[in-house]
Design a protein around this ligand. Structure first.
Ligand code: FES
Length: 460
């Protein structure tokens, strides 16, 4: 998203081409030490899907040495950026460390760990940080037609993206001041602890996309990473295939950010009340499979599914249902750290220090690759901290989300993200996903630190 205009970093997406007439534009492909930056990011675990990192590297490479050496100045410089995957700390480490001459080739074990944590196959390494990880839309032939949604939800096809957008007549949404709502009422009862959650946006950076040739097989919208279960793979592919057959030529099908927010699945909001013995009631937005997920960690909770008008929900979002239940149950234990065992069999313990620093210990079988595992765990801690404290998606009474830009979801910025220390406990068992356990343990620790306030986000 960021390029240099006459050597100064500029956000490309809001810079009209006319404004750079006669000036020099440098993209990451023209950055002399791009490969060294890619290597530095890979060595620090500062890239996962790789959607944000090309722009971040352009920003970092433009910093003078004095600024680059100070984490606070680096965090400040990242205000125009968003990374959903890495939890920022590895990114700041990579920038402070600067470009690296050394290349460490990613091995199969690292790719295996990335797939376990991200839950879909994923490329890793320095090239990914430079935007070469392979995004869903990358391989479309240049002459493919383009389809986008219009305001009525109908697909509009044009010879170019510009033409399709013009025809759709849709104006991209803006940040809203609409308040958050907690759509599920608490169950009646005499509870020792309650929790209500609201709508949150998974917030993956790469909008869903697919393309297909007539009679061909559509590409997966997962691209390089699964967005923690947030992407609805499949539906766009089917559209691409249908439109390609209809028009007799390859068609790219693209969601805008607004489409992702309106149509992409959310974790189901819920309201839980528990008694001291851990029994109680969880009322949750009706979602196929949610009762089974909650029962994985909290068989003593009665699950009541309720119908709520709102965006689609799915149990495929990171730990949907079981994490909330596990966090509430963990809050009943009287221990200095919170410990969560995930249904996958990983154990995570987390604590929050007085200065807000988060420390996590994770045990999830054979480590496979420490850098990749740590990166996912820091990312999970960042996501958990934001979920409990600041994230929310305003949804109107008609069930339609009002927050339609990345900036409006409450995702924590680099400068709001505390130190996150991850200790990995070596273990000879089979490798399992560890970051979901970290997500739950950090949510529990942060919630406890904020006095188990009855609603998330607690600043909402
Ligand atoms: Fe930053 Fe995925 S690596 S958004």
């Amino acid at each position: 998203c960021t390029v240099w205009v006459d050597g100064q970093p500029r956000v490309a997406c809001v810079t009209p081409v006319a404004r750079v007439r006669g000036r020099s534009v440098t993209t990451i492909e023209g950055l002399a030490d791009a490969d060294d930056w890619g290597a530095a990011f890979a060595a620090c675990g500062a890239t996962q899907c790789g959607f944000c990192t090309p722009g971040i590297i352009m920003r970092a490479a433009a910093l003078d040495d004095a600024k680059r050496a100070q984490p606070a100045a680096v965090e400040q410089s990242l205000l125009a950026h968003q990374c959903r995957c890495t939890g920022w700390r590895p990114v700041v480490d990579a920038i402070v460390g600067g470009p690296a001459a050394e290349r460490v080739g990613p091995g199969d074990a690292a790719a295996r760990r990335a797939e376990l944590e991200g839950r879909v196959p994923q490329s890793i390494g320095g090239d990914v940080a430079l935007g070469r990880g392979g995004f869903a839309d990358d391989t479309a032939p240049p002459d493919a037609w383009v389809a986008v949604l219009d305001a009525d939800g109908e697909w509009v096809v044009g010879a170019t993206l510009h033409e399709a957008r013009e025809r759709s007549g849709k104006v991209q949404g803006r940040r809203t001041t609409a308040p958050l709502v907690w759509p599920v009422e608490l169950p009646d009862g005499d509870w020792v602890r309650t929790l209500q959650t609201t709508w949150v946006e998974p917030g993956y950076l790469e909008p869903d996309a697919s393309w297909c040739a007539p009679g061909g097989r559509p590409t997966s919208s997962h691209g390089n990473g699964g967005a923690f279960g947030g992407k609805q793979d499949g539906s766009l592919g089917e559209v691409a295939r249908r439109l390609a057959d209809e028009h007799g030529r390859p068609v790219r099908v693209l969601y805008t950010r607004e489409d992702v927010v309106r149509r992409g699945p959310k974790r189901p909001p819920l309201a839980i009340g528990v008694r001291p013995d851990g029994s109680g009631v969880a009322r949750v937005v009706r979602t196929p499979g949610i009762a089974d997920r909650i029962a994985l960690v909290a068989p003593e909770l009665d699950v009541v599914e309720v119908d709520v008008i709102g965006p689609p929900t799915s149990v495929d979002l990171r730990g949907a249902g079981w994490v909330e239940a596990a966090v509430v149950l963990a809050s009943l234990a009287d221990t200095p750290t919170t410990e969560i065992v995930s249904p996958d069999g990983a154990t995570a313990r987390a604590a929050v220090a007085d200065d807000g620093a988060i420390s996590v210990e994770v045990e999830c079988g054979e480590v496979l690759d420490e850098t990749v595992l740590r990166s996912y765990c820091v990312g999970a801690a960042h996501m958990a901290l934001g979920w409990v404290t600041s994230e929310g998606l305003a949804v109107g009474g008609d069930g339609v989300p009002h927050d339609l830009t990345m900036r409006s979801f409450g995702i924590l910025r680099a400068m709001d993200t505390p130190a996150i220390e991850v200790a990995i406990v070596a273990d000879d068992g089979p490798p399992v996903n560890g970051s979901d356990a970290v997500f739950a343990a950090v949510a529990a620790a942060v919630w406890r630190r904020h006095g188990t306030a009855p609603r998330w986000p607690i600043t909402g």
